[in-house]
Design a protein around this ligand. Structure first.
Ligand SMILES: NC(=O)c1ccc[n+]([C@@H]2O[C@H](COP(=O)([O-])OP(=O)(O)OC[C@H]3O[C@@H](n4cnc5c(N)ncnc54)[C@H](OP(=O)(O)O)[C@@H]3O)[C@@H](O)[C@H]2O)c1
Length: 251
């Protein structure tokens, strides 16, 4: 029998749809232990301290991620924020707090591994198109989500656009729809000359987020500061396995 210590994880928003999924994933993972399930009526700081947890995962209501992240870091606990809707100034504040405390803080607008691959492939496509004289390439984003999603455009589409704009794409328009019968779809479209390339991703069940939640809980334990997105966690894994090196030109 293994004597290796398990990492104790608190889930904030444990009764929500994502929270329940996260709790189930943690309970099924050998090196993690569900330290506490925190609900709306609880005082987060007190629960974190009393549970002696090492990592806290926030999956609450859009708009609460920044204040919850602040409390988690103030409690000396590593933070994974999956809650949507963090604003740029809130991300900056969390980054400063994590760096000052030398404590891992990972904000993940989307736990889906497919979305991370879509973002990487989109950046790769842009990187190939720009030097090919396709300087007038137009990039646009479409996202559809379920009717209960509060934030619009989605944090994921804003993050995808920001990554591509940082790579030199012209200002990207985002079309957002909230529809019945849809969970989460995102398409990145590149138009140049007489060609259109569309990279589409669909999620049909929240179970899609499970592997990314576990990857984030694992990765945050290696951080002594702030990261946004799973790119680094995923990129490191891809290069270890050789896939990124096989498909990408040398940096
Ligand atoms: N990063 C990703 O990949 C990803 C994927 C899907 C969703 N999300 C985001 O994750 C969040 C949760 O989504 P969901 O679908 O699980 O929503 P949900 O089903 O509405 O669950 C949210 C839960 O948070 C609880 N809550 C609200 N305020 C709280 C507080 N101050 N302290 C503790 N718990 C609190 C709610 O309790 P009450 O019902 O009592 O208010 C509810 O149980 C949303 O922001 C959503 O946009 C992220």
């Amino acid at each position: 029998m293994s004597t290796q210590a398990k990492t104790r994880v608190a889930v904030i928003g444990a009764q929500g749809r994502m929270g329940q999924l996260a709790c189930a994933c943690i309970e099924q993972t050998a090196d993690l232990e569900l330290a506490t399930r925190i609900v709306r009526e609880d005082d987060i700081g007190t629960c974190l301290r009393e549970s002696s947890c090492e990592v806290a995962l926030d999956l609450t209501r859009a708009g609460l991620g920044a204040s919850h992240g602040r409390v988690i870091l103030e409690s000396g606990v590593r933070a994974v924020i999956g809650t949507s809707g963090l604003q740029p100034n809130e991300l900056r504040d969390l980054k400063a707090q994590a760096e000052e405390g030398q404590l891992g803080c990972l904000v993940v607008p989307n736990f889906s591994l497919g979305i991370t691959i879509q973002q990487l492939c989109s950046r790769l496509a842009l990187g190939f198109l720009q030097p090919q004289g396709c300087g007038d390439v137009q990039v646009s984003l479409e996202e559809q989500h379920h009717l209960e999603k509060i934030d619009s455009p989605s944090s994921t589409s804003l993050r995808t656009a920001a990554l591509l704009e940082a790579d030199g794409a012209p200002a990207i328009s985002i079309r957002s729809e909230r529809l019945e019968g849809v969970l989460a779809n995102q398409t990145v479209a590149f138009k140049w000359g007489a060609e259109t390339l569309r990279l589409s991703h669909q999620i049909s069940s929240r179970e899609a987020f499970g592997p990314g939640i576990l990857l984030a809980l694992n990765h945050v334990q290696t951080l002594n500061g702030f990261e946004l997105g799973l790119d680094s966690a995923f990129g490191a894994r891809m290069s270890e396995e050789g896939a990124w090196g096989r498909f990408c030109p040398a940096p």
